[in-house]
Write a protein that binds this ligand. Structure first.
Ligand code: NDP
Ligand code: 8X3
Length: 251
């Protein structure tokens, strides 16, 4: 059955590929992000291919704006079936005692509080309809800290706890909760992490074949289309030569 899928951070990387894949599947997609022009380009590209796409421009850290836009969805877009909580970022790779408090705030506000805001806005409708699916993009970084990962790893450990907590809270309904935990995926992630130092970012993906957004979207689309009695609760997806957050074999 075709679904309504709301994806945060749909302008780049994993969120963008998930958008394309769900749209190609015939699902209606609500794409959200901060970059109005990019969202409009993506919307137009997909609509030209026959997809049904609605764009909402907001920062997940802005709770009032998120609330106004989600509550103001047109009636035919209101019944969101799948929420992909993807918007997120890492900033810096410094030791915890040398980190930048502004970077900490942005990671916590986006990766934890933004995800919670979206969950709070969308899941009550799912519970009322006794139908729905929340796909949180966690990370291998949430399984164990790695050098310099400190606050980012903590935010992704929080995504694990929030996914597990929500799964308990909706266990008496047909709503499903998935925590997708990718390892190294080549996206804009490391450019953002290193504040635009593209050379440093590129080095991370040298000597190893990293995952792509498609590898993650494969699992998201599979989980969203699994039979109703099947809940893909948590998936760790790693490149073949990555064994954990800190063990990556480059050749
Ligand atoms: P990208 O940088 O390519 O994409 C991140 C997306 O999140 C962008 O669309 C970005 O929008 C959006 N975003 C960031 N902050 C906000 C905000 N405050 N409000 C709304 N949107 C925001 O990285 P990825 O695709 O790799 O990252 C997607 C998710 O995957 C993140 O949660 C990340 O932690 C997670 N992840 C990534 C891995 C990787 O190796 N790449 C591995 C494991 C998990 P904008 O362009 O406006 O900044
Ligand atoms: C992104 C993967 O290993 O760079 O969450 O933290 S990692």
């Amino acid at each position: 059955m075709n679904k309504i899928v709301l994806i945060t951070g749909a302008t780049s990387g994993i969120g963008l590929v998930c958008t394309r894949r769900f749209a190609a599947n015939g699902d209606r997609v609500i794409i959200t992000g901060r970059n109005k022009e990019r969202l409009e380009e993506i919307r137009r590209e997909l609509v030209e291919k026959g997809a049904r796409v609605l764009a909402l421009v907001f920062d997940v850290r802005d709770r009032q704006q998120a609330k106004a836009l989600v509550e103001g969805l047109p009636a035919e877009w209101k019944e969101v079936d799948v929420l992909v909580n993807n918007a997120g970022l890492a900033l810096g790779l410094e030791a915890e005692y040398e980190g930048n408090p502004e970077d900490w705030d942005e990671m916590v506000d986006t990766n934890i509080k933004g995800l919670l805001t979206m969950t709070r806005l969308v899941v009550p409708g799912m519970v009322a309809r006794n139908r729905g699916h929340v796909i949180n993009v966690g990370s291998v970084a949430g399984d164990a800290a790695y050098a310099g990962g400190n606050v980012y790893c903590a935010t992704k450990a929080a995504v694990k706890a929030l996914s597990d907590g929500l799964r308990i809270d909706v266990a008496d309904t047909a709503v499903r909760v998935t925590n997708l935990k990718p390892g190294l995926v080549e996206t804009n992630f490391s450019n953002v992490r290193f504040h635009g130092d593209r050379e440093r970012a590129a080095k991370l993906y040298q000597g190893i074949k990293p995952l792509t957004g498609d590898d993650i979207a494969d699992v998201a689309v599979y989980a969203a289309n699994a039979p109703e009695h099947v809940q893909i609760a948590e998936v760790l997806i790693l490149a073949t030569h990555q064994a954990s957050g800190s063990v990556i074999v480059r050749k």
